[in-house]
Design a protein around this ligand. Structure first.
Ligand code: GDP
Ligand code: MG
Length: 175
């Protein structure tokens, strides 16, 4: 395949959302292809890199996986300022985590770079029997706020690569 005009893009990506929603699990699924039932809580933030190749561009992600606890909240701007993309994660089995996700969206919209591309991920989509947040609710909120929305499962890998491909495609388009 012709690769004329192939761009190399380095992009800072930040994951935000309540503790326990699966941020680390999503990143590890994307970076290592694996899932752990007993994922240790992130302290402060963790850093990962991953390269994704599209036809039109190669994206090198610098991923900041934040902790999500209230006591680390004051650190969050350090991670989302200067980020090209953010993924706000909630857990479909927790209405609280969805409400917190909305707060993150507002905060980032107010304070981050206006060109930042934001995604909303309703994670743990494998736990359908424990669902508390309807797909339509997530979808509707995302639509109203100009976010790309996906329901994901770090456990089954549902929509995980799709999420990062969507991010890469949007970044390639914007660059
Ligand atoms: P974080 O605090 O947002 O980084 O969340 P973690 O990645 O540490 O995950 C918290 C817990 O939820 C861990 O026990 C994970 O194994 C579990 N978990 C994460 N993603 C999923 C998922 O998609 N489905 C299910 N069933 N459990 C998940
Ligand atoms: Mg974590």
């Amino acid at each position: 395949m012709a690769r004329t005009g192939n761009k190399n893009i380095q992009a800072k990506l930040v994951l935000l959302g309540d503790m326990g929603t699966g941020k680390t699990s999503l990143v590890l699924r994307f970076v290592t292809g694996k899932f752990l039932e007993y994922q240790e809580s992130t302290i402060g933030a963790a850093f990962f890199t991953q390269v994704l190749s599209l036809n039109e561009a190669t994206i090198k992600f610098d991923i900041w996986d934040t902790a999500g606890q209230e006591r680390y909240h004051s650190l969050a701007p350090m991670y989302y300022r200067g980020a090209a993309a953010a993924v706000v994660v909630y857990d479909i089995t927790s209405m609280d985590s969805f409400l917190r996700a909305k707060k993150w969206v507002l905060e980032v919209q107010r304070q981050a770079n206006p060109t930042l591309i934001m995604f909303l991920a309703g994670n743990k989509a494998d736990l359908e029997d424990k669902r508390k947040v309807g797909s339509e609710e997530g979808e509707q909120y995302a639509k109203e706020n100009g976010l790309v929305f996906l329901e994901t499962s770090a456990k089954t890998a549902q929509n995980v690569n799709e999420l990062f491909y969507e991010i890469a495609k949007k970044l390639a388009k914007a660059s």
